[in-house]
Write a protein that binds this ligand. Structure first.
Ligand SMILES: Nc1nc2c(ncn2[C@@H]2O[C@H](COP(=O)(O)OP(=O)(O)OP(=O)(O)O)[C@@H](O)[C@H]2O)c(=O)[nH]1
Ligand SMILES: [Zn+2]
Length: 220
């Protein structure tokens, strides 16, 4: 009797994606959630991402979709800058990937609920309180598909670009070790200052401010 775990990741399509930071290998995949996610890798075939013996694990950004921040340049958050920075850093290393997770708008509550949360923030609630007021958890995201994709291409240890301690812990619970954390500094603007402060003070994000130490991945 075979005990092989069921395949939860399907590679749906693959092509080169030239960007202003370099040419990425774009792989569209879906996980147990059946959502079309995108892996933007700096190396093909992706199995080459496994650390060579004695080498460093790949630099990885696990990024949540944010239409308002990325496509529209909203200054309520820092997602657009962070995505651009992540692509640049991976391109500079020439190795690693950005896993762009779709279906994660508003920390997983969806676009309409995120816009409702913004409306509540206009009345004085912070980003945490607004989610709770809507009857939502503070964060509804699952990193299972990202972890499953990494495992499928033979990557079990990464250097993660994040400030979010929950992301480190969730990936670890899903079988991906974070050997090192690299901070994702954000551009502080008048429009996002309160949001960034809330992320630091209420959600434990660390590394947002220039010069601030990143999280310790091994402890995450
Ligand atoms: N519910 C809600 N979601 C938001 C808000 N602002 C941004 N988001 C969503 O938050 C997600 C990004 O989360 P962030 O907290 O910016 O960053 P993170 O991914 O948790 O952590 P990093 O890896 O450090 O960037 C995206 O899905 C955004 O759509 C908000 O005010 N309310
Ligand atoms: Zn955003």
């Amino acid at each position: 009797m075979t005990t092989t775990a069921p395949a939860t990741v399907r590679v749906l399509a693959r092509a080169k994606l030239p960007t202003r930071h370099g040419v990425f290998d774009a792989v569209c995949f879906s996980g147990a959630d059946d959502v079309e996610h995108l892996a933007l890798s700096m190396r093909t075939p992706p199995t080459e991402h496994s650390a060579p013996p004695g080498g460093e694990p790949p630099l990885v950004r696990v990024h949540s979709e944010c239409l308002t921040g990325e496509a529209l340049g909203s200054q309520r958050c820092d997602c657009g800058d962070q995505l651009d920075t992540a692509l640049r850093l991976v391109a500079e290393e020439g190795r690693g990937m950005v896993l762009y997770l779709r279906g994660q708008e508003g920390r997983g509550i969806g676009l309409a609920q995120k816009i409702r949360a913004y409306a509540l923030q206009e009345t004085g609630l912070d980003t945490v309180e607004a989610n709770l007021e809507l009857g939502e958890p503070v964060d509804r995201r699952s990193y299972g598909p990202a972890a499953a994709y990494l495992r499928q291409i033979g990557v079990e240890e990464i250097r993660l670009l994040t400030n979010n301690p929950d992301k480190v812990a969730a990936l670890r619970a899903a079988g991906i070790r974070t050997a090192e954390v690299h901070a994702m500094p954000a551009a502080t603007l008048p429009a996002n200052e309160a949001y960034l402060t809330t992320k630091a003070e209420r959600m434990g994000h660390q590394g947002l401010r220039p010069g601030e130490q990143p999280l310790n991945g091994a402890a995450g």
